[in-house]
Design a protein around this ligand. Structure first.
Ligand SMILES: Cc1cc2nc3c(=O)[nH]c(=O)nc-3n(C[C@H](O)[C@H](O)[C@H](O)COP(=O)(O)OP(=O)(O)OC[C@H]3O[C@@H](n4cnc5c(N)ncnc54)[C@H](O)[C@@H]3O)c2cc1C
Length: 563
């Protein structure tokens, strides 16, 4: 549906510095086996004006889009959309092709606005092998056409979405395998490991791991990719407190670097690149085709704590204070999860059921006294937990949303005074509360200092705390700017609580002011050196990524200026 023959593409307006000729595009199409396509916006079938042309809406297709507008699996199976829909639009110019997320059949969305290309890359390659990526780098080098890399499209900064770019869609790199004694190229030790193609979503990785009776440590979403931005930016799991971040467990990458080389990166081969890929962020050092990651060679039984109650303004603050009071002890015991103002969901691979019940006793008491419900129970595996608790409670997608976050260190939980300040800061901004993710590698002990490039703030953090704000399909550019300013204020409030800490680059404020330090701490200069070594021509660029060319660069044209 989203695939239109190349010949039609020539009508799509572009913003290239150097406009490629028809024969340039045709030559590219030939080198990638005819898998160069054009993309028109996800919801264009509902509109009667598309990119300045009057067209007849395609009702049948429009019905399908309306039906699946909030369906992450449907969205991630197509190139022409993103999970947070502002990244389909060009926010700075208000060009969009959006439906009303609160009611996808609201016809005002397609009668009040025309459909415009926005940030959807007008051309993309359906990547099937590394030579496709080499062709794309050659093309970009020769023509100046910027590149974007899209896997699932979950990125909170819109880094997989670049207006006017040639998109590299990795979703169909779906290979997946298990090797009980994987040896990284050039090494001699073996590990139980899964090798996962760049397009594999977490749900598929979990199903595969379960069928091989092993446990892979991954994200709390069925559609986030296992080998793309999640891993390259750090990759947290609710099992990370005990088993580490994704970057603590990856053994090897295969990728094409922007100089056109197809490379292996591991502890023995290109170790500088390997280090940079372990936290330096997606879309920066090359296009990964697959990663190989350590697995636990068994299904791991977990204790699960799941509680909820109907919170009021007052009881939610009381509950928050209780969470703050207990969080350090829970981190030391190996709990990981998502804590809310009206309940929590956490897992623990270390305690037995009785210990888990005891550890959660004061939560049980609180929730019972507020007429809530809850359980502490044992599940036999991560996959059993995933099916029962994760698939039934996915974050809403297909909306315009942005976040603000901070890693909150253990020192904040050690004194009553600091805990009070934390609770007060959050309570003052309660309408923006999103979640407290207890996903930091707090007691993970198989870690060598400086072995990854994520901010060291991860290691001592107890909470990865997130605020969020939303807007609607017809919010003006000024309205969006106001949301981002609010999120900046919230970031400032969190930074006051934890000034020396940092933030998770995959789930952070789009306008994080101190982004180099917040995302990478003292690792930034070394990351920049690796970037310059493997991408000397700067072919890959993205918003607040290592080596970012800044707000005036063409890849940043759709982010509105806040001043
Ligand atoms: C609903 C939801 C749930 C989430 N849950 C978690 C969670 O549990 N844990 C967690 O840590 N994070 C989570 N995240 C954040 C998630 O890690 C990031 O959004 C991440 O960037 C997604 O990576 P992706 O490849 O799936 O998405 P994309 O948006 O496709 O890509 C993200 C970034 O990686 C780059 N990229 C993608 N593929 C490649 C590749 N093959 N080579 C090089 N660069 C590539 C893109 O260019 C972009 O910069 C969640 C996000 C959402 C929206």
């Amino acid at each position: 549906m989203s695939l239109v023959l190349l010949s039609l593409a020539l009508a799509v307006p572009t913003v290239y510095a150097t406009v490629p000729t028809i024969s340039d595009w045709n030559a590219l199409n030939n080198t990638v086996g005819g898998r160069l396509f054009t993309a028109i916006p996800f919801a264009s079938s509902c509109f009667s004006e598309v990119d300045g042309r009057t067209v007849t809406p395609l009702q049948e297709q429009c019905d399908i889009i309306q039906q699946h507008y909030s369906n992450a699996t449907f969205r991630s199976s197509q190139f022409n959309n993103f999970m947070n829909t502002q990244w389909e639009s060009c926010m700075s110019t208000n060009e969009q092709c959006a439906l009303d997320a609160s009611n996808a059949s609201d016809s005002l969305a397609w009668t009040d606005f025309p459909c415009e290309q926005g940030s959807i890359a007008p051309y993309y390659i359906d990547i099937r092998n590394y030579t496709d990526i080499q062709s794309a780098f050659n093309f970009s080098n020769a023509t100046g056409v910027p590149l974007s890399i899209k896997n699932s499209g979950h990125d909170y900064f819109g880094r997989s979405s670049v207006a006017g770019s040639l998109g590299l869609w990795t979703r169909n790199l779906e290979q997946i395998s298990y090797n009980a004694s994987f040896v990284p190229d050039g090494g001699n030790e073996s590990y139980p490991a899964m090798t996962i193609g760049a397009g594999v979503p977490w749900e598929d990785a979990y199903i595969f791991a379960d069928s091989n009776n092993v446990t892979i440590i991954g994200g709390y979403s069925q559609t986030v990719g296992a080998s793309g931005g999640w891993l390259l930016g750090g990759g947290h799991s609710i099992l990370s407190p005990v088993f580490g971040l994704g970057v603590d467990r990856v053994l090897q990458f295969k990728l094409v670097t922007p100089d056109g080389e197809y490379r292996t990166a591991n502890a023995y081969t290109n170790p500088d690149l390997f280090w940079a890929l372990k936290g330096g962020g997606g879309g920066t050092f090359g296009v990964v085709t697959e990663s190989t990651t350590l697995v636990e060679p068994r299904a791991i039984p977990l204790q699960v704590a799941a509680f909820s109650f109907n919170a009021t303004t007052n009881t939610s603050v009381d509950f928050l204070a209780l969470l703050a009071e207990n969080s350090l002890q829970w981190a030391e015991q190996g709990w990981g999860g998502h804590l809310k103002l009206n309940g929590l969901i956490s897992v623990n691979p270390l305690l037995n059921l009785e210990q888990a019940q005891e550890s959660m006793q004061n939560i049980t008491d609180f929730v019972q006294s507020h007429n809530g419900t809850g359980v502490v129970e044992t599940v036999s595996s991560w996959y059993e937990f995933f099916v029962k608790y994760v698939l039934t409670a996915q974050e809403p997608i297909g909306i315009d949303a942005a976040i603000s976050s901070r890693l909150i260190p253990s020192s904040v939980f050690e004194s009553q005074e600091a805990r009070n300040a934390l609770v007060e800061t959050i309570a003052n901004a309660a309408p923006y509360f999103l979640t407290i993710s207890t996903v930091t590698p707090f007691i993970y002990n198989n870690y060598t200092e400086n072995s990854t490039s994520v901010t060291p703030a991860w290691r001592d953090a107890v909470w990865h705390f997130l605020f969020a704000d939303l807007w609607s399909w017809n919010t003006t550019t000024d309205g969006k700017i106001a949301v981002f300013q609010t999120l900046n204020n919230l970031t400032a409030a969190l930074t006051d609580i934890a000034p020396d800490s940092g933030a998770y680059l995959n789930e952070a404020n789009v306008y994080e002011p101190d982004w180099e330090h917040a995302f990478w701490g003292d690792n930034y200069p070394q990351l920049l050196a690796v970037k310059q070594k493997y991408d000397p021509a700067g072919l890959l660029d993205c918003w607040r990524c290592v080596g970012w060319k800044g707000g005036n660069d063409s890849v940043s044209q759709c982010y509105p200026a806040l001043d």
